[in-house]
Design a binder for this molecule. Structure first.
Ligand SMILES: Nc1nc2c(ncn2[C@@H]2O[C@H](COP(=O)(O)OP(=O)(O)OP(=O)(O)O)[C@@H](O)[C@H]2O)c(=O)[nH]1
Ligand SMILES: [Mg+2]
Length: 399
């Protein structure tokens, strides 16, 4: 017996609605916070409660733990091709020793990854002696080639000075300190080109004076490799829009020429959010100013060495904003990651307790000591509005 077409259509619709209903009934509701590598990230629409307040464990999945194969200098070591990396001045020795002490105590004495120190002037004997005494791991001391550090030839001195004056009037920190601009440019597009890093793939950036609060008992670099992660962060902040007014317009110009570089699973809504801090978005001409705070970063240098990033950095460098404005490596790295990388390959290391004054990542875990759980700033409460994690959790989720 033939069934009339409207009845058939109705039946089909009923089946679809039923499947939709079943899917919503039985889909996994919330991914455990401790999870690090399962499929769909948990999104948080309104961050009424900080996820740091919930118990934080290690990431899910197999992890590599310490063993004799991680002993310093051992043959066929279990270490992968990675280094701890610090750009630092001789005068910052005490701060460097403090940061090294924290990271060695909580993590690296178990894994003995090498330290690579970079400087635009030679390291003093005292710097080398005292830092190498602070670890059992190998230490490398590298001079930055002049052509990587010098102000590029196309930057006009007069324009740089007058721009710095204007930025100072707008309250932009370090605007007239040339070395600060050089540092931001080097961290954006030069460090991974250093000959000493040519054969190195993963790095963990460490600045002097930072703190690490929690014991971490797995090989973080292998976690990155095994889970196909490109970049790891702890803190996500808003930037000072006056320091990057033309960064997003320059980015859009670049994208107009290279639309194919945009990854289909990009983090564009995080980059362009205008809901939480509309003034920031307006002053930065379309960029939310949200960025990974790059004084902490664990990354795969293959991303910086990719054609998309190389061309993007070259475009920005030629545009001059590292000097005529004060583009930081944090927004530059973050924009590139948000556009050209699969956002599921960006990992929030919620289990690594970290502080660079005045912001912190302080997990709720018995492995952590010396910070107040869930508190993301130290000092005045107005600092809380600089927290951009709610946007990352909303648009991308807890990867
Ligand atoms: N060798 C060298 N290292 C530098 C220079 N300028 C900055 N650095 C390093 O670059 C990193 C970032 O510089 P900071 O001065 O800490 O910049 P910041 O974190 O934005 O500023 P603070 O909030 O004051 O810490 C640190 O590791 C510094 O040691 C420089 O001229 N030479
Ligand atoms: Mg610093």
């Amino acid at each position: 017996m033939a069934i009339a077409r409207p009845v058939r259509a109705l039946g089909l619709v009923a089946i679809i609605v039923w499947c939709f209903f079943l899917y919503h009934m039985f889909q996994p509701s919330v991914r455990p916070l401790a999870g690090g590598s399962s499929t769909a990230p948990t999104k948080i629409e309104n961050m009424e409660r900080d996820p740091m307040l919930d118990p934080i464990n290690e990431p899910a999945g197999p992890l590599h733990r310490t063993s004799a194969k991680y002993a310093p200098g051992v043959e066929n070591s279990a270490r992968i091709n990675a280094t701890l990396l610090s750009l630092v001045r001789n005068e910052e020795l005490e701060g460097m020793l403090q940061a090294m002490g924290d990271l060695e105590r909580t993590w690296n004495h178990k894994f003995n990854y090498p330290w690579t120190f970079f400087n635009d002037v030679p390291f003093t004997e005292e710097f080398k002696k005292r830092t190498s005494e602070a670890t059992k791991a190998e230490c490398r001391y590298e001079l930055i080639p002049k052509e990587h550090w010098e102000v590029p030839s196309w930057i006009d001195d007069g324009l740089f000075e007058s721009s710095a004056e204007l930025l100072k009037e707008k309250g932009v920190q370090y605007a007239s300190q040339t070395s600060y601009h050089q540092m931001c440019r080097w961290n954006s597009g030069m460090f991974y080109k250093h000959p000493a890093l040519q054969d190195v793939q993963f790095y963990w950036r460490v600045e002097p004076k930072v703190h690490f609060f929690c014991d971490v008992d797995y090989d973080v670099f292998r976690f990155m490799q095994d889970n196909n992660k490109t970049y790891g962060f702890t803190i996500n902040l808003y930037d000072d829009p006056s320091s990057i007014e033309t960064l997003w317009p320059e980015t859009l110009k670049f994208l107009a020429e290279h639309p194919d570089y945009i990854h289909e699973n990009n983090a564009m809504p995080w980059l362009t959010d205008a809901i939480r801090r509309p003034e920031h978005n307006r002053k930065a001409n379309g960029y939310s100013t949200c960025h990974f705070w790059s004084n902490f970063e664990i990354g795969n240098m293959d991303f910086w060495r990719s054609q998309a990033y190389e061309e993007y950095f070259e475009h920005l460098d030629r545009a001059g904003g590292f000097f005529y404005e004060r583009w930081g490596d944090a927004p530059v790295h973050s924009i590139a990651l948000g556009l050209f990388e699969d956002s599921s390959r960006i990992h929030w290391f919620r289990d690594i307790g970290y502080q660079h004054i005045p912001f912190l990542n302080c997990p709720n875990s018995p492995k952590c000591k010396g910070c107040a759980v869930g508190k993301m700033y130290q000092g005045e409460s107005f600092l809380l509005k600089e927290d951009c994690r709610p946007n990352w959790f909303k648009y991308v989720g807890l990867n």
